[in-house]
Ligand binder design. Sequence first.
Ligand code: ZN
Ligand code: ZN
Length: 256
Amino acid sequence: MFQNFFSSISKFRRLAINSYLDLLFPPFCRYCRSEHERPGNPLCAHCEAHVEWIHFRCLLCGAPVLNPGKGEKCIECRGRRLYFDSNNSLALYSGVIRDLILQFKKPNDPEILNYFSELISGFIHQNSAVRLLKNSNAPRREVILVPIPTRFFKRVLKGDPAMEMLTQSIGKRLGFQVKNLLKRSRNVSKQSELNRESRIKNQSKVFVVRKAVPKNSSVILIDDVVTTCATISDAARALKKAGASSVHVYSVARSI
Ligand SMILES: [Zn+2]
Ligand SMILES: [Zn+2]
């Protein structure tokens, strides 16, 4: 009872402090920079309405399609060997979301981190990974959230790894354990400086596992932007080789 009483007081104090801070520093939109009345949201309603959400996606690689079909590969992933079971991206990597992701990569931006965490958590919750867990006929599997590791130079230059913080936040919301199971075995050229073919080759056999992966575990891999799927496919290859039975990827945006 006392615990409830004190937690109500501290909640009230937190709300009071937040309202006070909102008065002093009214929330502003991270895209158009105008003030808005949506505390905790990095976008104003107008800019959020311009995000290009992906409504129908390829059931394997997550590329936007007009008709999702019944699981056949789309033009982006046909003829390719992809090791993950599905990629699920929220939006197209353009305009508002592209700008927000570039800001998110700078350290210490809790507002954008919370926004992405809430969106991805909701997406995972309503999607296949959770349905699979609820299926009583399926064998019970350990679910582990794993972030795509930050490149070494980025970590040194920019400090706190945003992907790991985002994955921790999603884990807390959904009650799933988070493990940093992956590391890069070699440094590769920056993907954005290469053409499509070179990007795919560049990411082959880059990841290795850094600790044991529980046998038959279901891994949910978290990434910010998926482009050719080469990075997430290589990460899934390493995780499955080490014992994971499925790897579903959730990402903020898909660039095509
Ligand atoms: Zn705006
Ligand atoms: Zn596809």
